[in-house]
Design a protein around this ligand. Structure first.
Ligand SMILES: C[S@@+](CC[C@H](N)C(=O)[O-])C[C@H]1O[C@@H](n2cnc3c(N)ncnc32)[C@H](O)[C@@H]1O
Length: 218
């Protein structure tokens, strides 16, 4: 995405700090491009669980690849900021941002995104959410997850340090609860009959972030 497009998206948000965050995030983090690629080729609706300020939806729209988008997040401040941006972008007819907990998903079927949010749930809630997310996949739907993975790398230790800061600064309520291992994420998805690919998606960060893409076996 070019600089102008990043600037246009940032301008939909309020305040210098948030605009700077949006510009920097879009410039440095490959997660939105990776998600776009994973769901490319179908115009199924997208459920974005733990959507934050709704950046994935605005990114997809700018790429001309936004199907109907429902984003939910339990942080009402982020949802309010996202709703303001959606209104300014004139996208209310395709983007629906809702304050809701990941434990109660809307009844819709299509693609599902879980980007950088699973580790904020305890293990049992992660397992339940993965099961519920698989249940929201439509025919041809893709489940795209980015998650920090628990392993013995220095990146994992760097991620833990950053997560302490995120919790203490109040940016993420409650903070990290359980860092999943690759096996913990793979097992319920493969048991549900999905084919799973996993690869590193660090971007320009020191963090231990991996992309998992899961689809029904054909
Ligand atoms: C690191 S942010 C990622 C935001 C977004 N997915 C992105 O990549 O731009 C994690 C988000 O998950 C949300 N979250 C954490 N636990 C949640 C829960 N139980 N239900 C809904 N949202 C949750 C947080 O409020 C936060 O906005």
């Amino acid at each position: 995405m070019d600089r102008l497009s990043r600037q246009r998206i940032a301008d939909y948000y309020d305040g210098h700090i948030q605009r700077g965050y949006v510009r920097g995030k879009l410039a440095s983090d490959p997660v939105y491009a990776a998600a776009a690629e994973a769901i490319d080729g179908t115009d199924l609706p997208l459920l974005d669980i733990g959507c934050g300020i709704g950046l994935l939806g605005l990114y997809l729209h700018t790429r001309g690849a936004l199907p109907r988008y429902v984003g939910l997040d339990h942080d009402e401040r982020k949802i309010a900021d996202g709703q303001t941006a959606v209104r300014r972008a004139g996208l209310e007819h395709v983007m629906d941002l809702r304050t809701a907990d990941a434990s109660s998903l809307p009844d819709m079927h299509g693609h599902v995104a879980l980007l950088d949010m699973l580790h904020y749930l305890p293990l049992e809630a992660q397992t339940a959410l993965l099961e519920a997310a698989v249940g929201r996949l439509g025919p041809g739907g893709t489940l795209v997850i980015r998650s920090v993975l628990r392993d013995d790398s220095w990146r994992f230790q760097a991620t833990r340090v950053e997560e302490v800061w995120l919790r203490v600064s109040g940016r993420i309520r409650g903070g990290a609860q359980h860092y999943p291992s690759e096996a913990e994420l793979r097992a319920p998805l493969e048991a549900a009959g999905l084919a799973v690919t996993v690869g590193p998606l660090f971007g320009r960060t020191p963090f231990n972030s991996y992309l998992l893409v899961a689809r029904r076996r054909s």
